[in-house]
Design a protein around this ligand. Structure first.
Ligand code: PLP
Length: 414
């Protein structure tokens, strides 16, 4: 048989790859597992969305191929959402493209813009499809470590000039997974300006635009002057409407950028089931009042998680958005060791920072996707593991010493 291609061999292990099997084994052993791994809440989509898809499955035309066009009603609902929420006008047919979840589009876009050997700038830790799309295009990722001292932002001034010269794509994601950092407007203004000067396509992943707290309202990149010339933005139905498994999202931007992605997709897929697009249109058009209730539930979970993990010995900051806390570990406890012990000894699943690459070391990600009670229980278990590991390593200093300040200043300023 032919060997695997170099490009497939170049893909690292997928961060969540082993979790389902490990979880199954633990449950089979009778362990009370608390899964805070994936960004996948145990909450339901809006009732109107369920009603709409129930109707849609009974309509024969919905079951036919959507092709690239998909359901025009969905494109139009996206356009109305982008206008209502961000004040931005998009042509539903030329400047919006339905996606089978934003992950799919984020990965496929690279095929349209990266030649073999080209460079893309990828945050590390970061969502895996930036790296995946780059490697599957035989291109070269320049991994920029997101660290507290940079407020978890990509500081273009720290990237060598020759890398910037070669770069074709810059991936940015704010509010950020996994660090939960947010990007100040001046930062975005500067990035847009620099991308224009450097002729770099800015791929702006806005999957968490609606999951924000304490009065923070995440912007669209298109609210920044000049962004239309350099950026394409990705949105997801998954997090806003608890529709992770439905696989529905969109990209929007200049017709030329959207057409490039549409061309790749037309040879790869035939669109999301149109019943799902119909239900997504209902979510966008009819569920604006439902979102704050859902966000309030996430806020309850965030507050519980931040308090409990802090009490358990992890000095984590209070995120202004997303469904993640990025918890610092003492310097002498590798995140993979911590994650494995927490899983095996206590049945709690978190994502060790190192799973995202070396740039994520020193942290672990908690998804606050279960009830406050379960989050408190998970934090208590994590605290026990921390104490055990500290006792073993003879570490006496406080956990996160030297990191508490960094993490908090990073959040406060972002
Ligand atoms: C930053 C980020 N972008 C994109 C996605 C993908 O979302 P979707 O379900 O729309 O593919 C995720 C999912 O976790 C994410 O965290």
């Amino acid at each position: 048989m032919p060997p695997y291609t170099k490009r497939v061999l170049s893909l690292p292990e997928y961060p969540l790859a082993k979790i389902p099997e490990q979880k199954r084994q633990l449950i089979a052993r009778g362990v009370d597992v608390i899964d805070l791994g994936a960004g996948d809440a145990d909450l339901s989509p809006p009732p109107a969305v369920i009603e709409r898809i129930t109707e849609a499955v009974r309509i024969p035309t919905m079951s036919r191929y959507g092709f690239a066009l998909g359901l025009v009603e969905y494109r139009e609902a996206v356009a109305r959402f982008m206008k209502r929420r961000f004040g931005q006008d998009f042509d539903p047919l030329k400047e919006i493209i339905p996606l089978i979840g934003s992950k799919e589009g984020l990965s496929h876009l690279a095929l349209a813009y990266l030649e073999p050997g080209d460079t893309s700038i990828v945050p590390e830790p970061g969502y895996n499809s930036y790296l995946g799309g780059t490697l599957l295009s035989d291109a070269v990722p320049y991994k920029y470590p997101l660290r507290p001292e940079d407020n978890f932002l990509i500081n273009l001034d720290k990237i060598p000039a020759e890398v910037l010269k070669k770069a074709k794509i810059l991936y940015l994601n704010y509010p950020n997974n996994p660090t939960s950092a947010i990007a100040p407007r001046e930062y975005l203004e500067d990035v847009v300006k620099r991308c224009k000067e450097l002729d770099i396509l800015l791929v702006y992943d806005n999957a968490y635009s609606e999951l924000a707290y304490d009065g923070y309202v995440p912007p669209s990149i298109f609210e920044i002057e000049g962004a239309r010339d350099v950026a394409i933005e990705f949105h997801s139905m998954s997090k806003t409407y608890n529709m992770t498994g439905w696989r529905c999202g969109w990209a929007c931007g200049k017709a030329e950028f959207v057409a490039a992605l549409a061309k790749v997709k037309s040879f790869v897929d035939t669109g999301t089931f149109m019943g799902i697009q119909a239900a997504a249109a209902t979510a966008l058009d009819k569920c604006a009042d439902w979102i704050p209730t859902n966000v309030a539930e996430f806020k309850r979970r965030r507050d519980a998680a931040v308090e409990a993990f802090n009490e358990a010995g992890f000095p984590c900051a209070n995120p202004k958005a997303t469904m993640y806390i990025w918890c610092p570990l003492p310097k002498n406890i590798p995140s993979a060791v911590f994650g494995e012990r927490l899983l095996q000894d206590e049945g709690v699943i978190v994502l060790p920072g190192s799973l995202f690459g070396p740039g994520g070391e020193g942290f672990f990600r908690v998804s606050f996707i279960v009830s406050p009670e379960r989050l408190r229980e998970a934090a208590a278990r994590a605290g026990r593991v921390l104490k055990k590991l500290q006792a073993q390593s003879g570490e006496e200093s406080r956990p996160g010493a030297g990191r508490r300040q960094e993490a908090q200043s990073g959040m406060a300023r972002a």
